[in-house]
Design a protein around this ligand. Structure first.
Ligand SMILES: C[S@@+](CC[C@H](N)C(=O)[O-])C[C@H]1O[C@@H](n2cnc3c(N)ncnc32)[C@H](O)[C@@H]1O
Length: 346
């Protein structure tokens, strides 16, 4: 085949050249894409720079926030208003600040100082004096009244399978078969109700033959009010079997109320375990996740008080993160050290 200029070229050649042109076009396209790619890369890297500038900005802001926080807590630490605030809290709430671990107490108060955007303790104190709702918020923050049913289920497993059967058996020959239990620092009542459920289940048909009394005490009236009502949200029932829920709770929409029978087994009463005396002759005292907030000498003093309040052979249960201290550690015999269960021997 001839081309216009009379030059003989084979079809293959033309095809080849056409392909060559096409190839070139592709290359151009590719290189255009390359340029576009480069442009995108440039854009990308511009974005990258922007992003990294932003991240520097964000990190910077974060660092600033952290620095401000450190500065604020350092300022609070050096704030002379703290002592005055402690005195006012002690006088107005009956909550003796000196008995709690200083670092813990300061942390809890700082939660409210920050939440109310107070500059320092003095400003917070002014707010506290004129705002009764803040008074309530502070008490709630100081008391940390979180609890749940069968908290640490393994501990309750030992109580159900060993402690309660032992107490029942030890009363079987008595004329008056009474079992006395004290949940000290009971918060909103979950611990006391858990024990009531276990006693009722283990005793079964013999329940009426026994005189069961359970005392729940706490320093915080708001918590006690809730405990007496016995109305709970589902989240605190996560360790409770469906069969127990069915037998001992009445569903009320989103909440569950403990049965009247359980409520009649427990007396809730306000008591400051440090400054107020209590009754005694208990067969089981449970005081968990309360003493941990107190100074060591107060903990030891309380443990000796609980020892006095127990019957001989009675059981004492403390929190998993708590230990017996000083003289108190010699007065009790470990029954199940892992579950922090002790017996009063002498
Ligand atoms: C974290 S809760 C423990 C609740 C429950 N014992 C448990 O382990 O799930 C601590 C409770 O101890 C109470 N408490 C703090 N100081 C007290 C005191 N001096 N006397 C009695 N109760 C106190 C608080 O009000 C709070 O309700």
């Amino acid at each position: 085949m001839k081309n216009k200029g009379g030059i003989n070229v084979s079809e293959e050649g033309i095809k080849g050249r056409k392909n060559g042109i096409k190839g070139n076009e592709e290359r151009v396209k590719r290189s255009k894409n390359g340029i576009k790619g480069n442009e995108e890369r440039v854009k990308g890297s511009k974005d990258g720079i922007k992003a990294s500038r932003e991240s520097v900005k964000v990190n910077g802001e974060r660092r600033q926030i952290v620095e401000d926080k450190i500065k604020a807590s350092r300022n609070l630490e050096e704030d002379p208003g703290f002592e005055l605030l402690k005195r006012v809290i002690t006088e107005s709430t009956g909550f003796n600040c000196e008995q709690y671990k200083e670092a813990h107490f300061r942390r809890r108060i700082n939660v409210r100082v920050r939440a109310t955007n107070s500059e320092n303790y003095e400003e917070y104190l002014r707010l506290l004096k004129k705002n009764s709702a803040e008074h309530e918020n502070l008490i709630k923050t100081l008391t940390i009244n979180v609890s749940e049913f069968f908290r640490n289920p393994e501990t309750f497993g030992v109580i159900e399978k060993e402690v309660i059967p032992f107490l029942i058996k030890s009363r079987s020959d008595s004329l008056v078969k009474s079992i006395r239990i004290w949940s000290a620092g009971c918060a909103t009542g979950e611990e006391a109700y858990s024990l009531a459920i276990l006693l009722h289940r283990v005793l079964g048909r013999d329940f009426d033959k026994y005189r069961i009394s359970i005392l729940g005490t706490d320093i915080d009236n708001f918590s006690l009010e809730k405990a007496r009502k016995g109305v709970y949200r589902e989240n605190v029932l996560k360790n409770v079997d469906a069969s127990i829920i069915k037998s001992y709770f009445v569903r009320q929409g989103e909440t569950y109320q403990v049965s009247n029978q359980l409520r009649s087994m427990i007396r809730f009463q306000r008591q400051d375990m440090i400054s107020e005396s209590c009754t005694n002759h208990f067969d089981l005292i449970i005081c968990r996740n309360v003493m941990i907030y107190f100074k060591k000498e107060i903990q030891e003093h309380l443990q000796l008080n609980f020892h006095n309040a127990l019957n001989r052979g009675g059981f004492f249960v403390i929190g998993k993160a708590e230990t017996l201290l000083g003289t108190a550690s010699n007065r009790f015999k470990p029954y199940n050290a892992r579950e922090r269960l002790y017996i009063k021997e002498t």
